[in-house]
Write a protein that binds this ligand. Structure first.
Ligand SMILES: NC(=O)c1ccc[n+]([C@@H]2O[C@H](COP(=O)([O-])OP(=O)(O)OC[C@H]3O[C@@H](n4cnc5c(N)ncnc54)[C@H](OP(=O)(O)O)[C@@H]3O)[C@@H](O)[C@H]2O)c1
Length: 249
């Protein structure tokens, strides 16, 4: 059963009450991803099919998810999509948002106000994994905002109503491509969000991509692994990342 189908609000309420540790077993089987024998065939929309979107989206395709890659120029995504096989598709940003139960946002962070303006309504209620980093001078005025407010709360400001989770922002795409699904200990991916069910779904997708999720906290805590912070750029295992961030083992 998908989140958009029946009883969404009561189910979400129930899941929140259950607490995050119990969520994995309570989530619908389709979100158990590659960890179950049922297989994983989840529609994911990837906005921004460059280095990070192409890499992580490609890992999800390999894990059995259906992925629609989008950019402002979807005709340029033909080669990427052809290389990934039948589960990969290309489309416009609007099409990828409509396609995905989950949306992965992997655009230069300076595009966040434009994405919010143009697609904020469509993203309302969607689980959105946001990998953007605010980089000066590339991203302009929003860099100062992300530093002052924290990047998680800044993203939420531009995407109100989206069920936002910060994820996949800390490591270079080449490291992700090389180290995905390596023998244990797998690389850790820090994640943070205010919506417990969205965080649990993100954790599954981190695992499906071939890494171990480390839940750092709420969106406000995403500043602990934004660019320049101690959790950023750490190509380490989950126990090591938890130790660096003083999180419970
Ligand atoms: N590269 C990394 O290793 C890495 C690692 C972690 C996080 N990040 C972060 O992830 C984000 C993307 O980085 P990247 O290196 O993947 O960049 P990239 O290779 O330049 O790809 C950016 C993608 O976003 C699309 N795009 C740009 N503006 C857009 C808009 N307004 N609406 C829709 N699509 C748009 C681009 O296509 P069009 O221009 O055709 O629209 C392109 O497909 C950045 O915030 C970056 O800081 C990057």
């Amino acid at each position: 059963m998908g989140f958009r189908e029946t009883g969404e609000s009561s189910r979400r309420h129930f899941l929140r009450g259950a607490g995050i540790l119990g969520l994995a077993s309570l989530l619908a089987p389709r979100w158990a991803g590659a960890e179950t024998e049922m297989g994983a065939r989840q529609p994911i929309g990837v906005i921004g099919a460059g280095h990070i979107g192409g890499t992580v989206g490609g890992l999800w395709v390999k894990a059995g998810h259906d992925v629609m890659f989008a950019s402002r120029n979807p005709a340029e995504l033909t080669t990427l999509v052809a290389s990934l096989g039948a589960r990969a598709h290309a489309g416009s940003v609007a099409e990828a948002i409509a396609f995905g139960e989950v949306v992965f946002l992997a655009v230069p962070y300076g595009a966040m106000p434009e994405i919010g303006h143009d697609y904020g309504a469509a993203l309302r209620g969607k689980i959105v994994l946001d990998a953007g980093n605010a980089i000066a001078p590339r991203d302009g005025a929003i860099v100062a905002e992300a530093e002052a407010l924290g990047i998680g709360l800044t993203s939420q400001k531009y995407l109100p109503g989206a069920r936002l989770v910060r994820a996949f922002n800390t490591l270079n795409y080449k490291i992700l491509a090389q180290e995905a699904n390596r023998p244990p200990p797998r690389l850790a991916i820090p994640i943070a969000g205010d919506d417990a069910e969205a965080v649990a779904v993100a954790a599954h997708l981190v695992r499906d991509a071939g890494f171990d999720p480390v839940v750092v906290g709420k969106l406000a805590d995403a500043r602990r692994f934004q660019r320049g912070a101690p959790g950023y750029g750490q190509a380490v295992s989950a126990p090591e990342l938890k130790q660096k961030l003083s999180l419970a083992p």
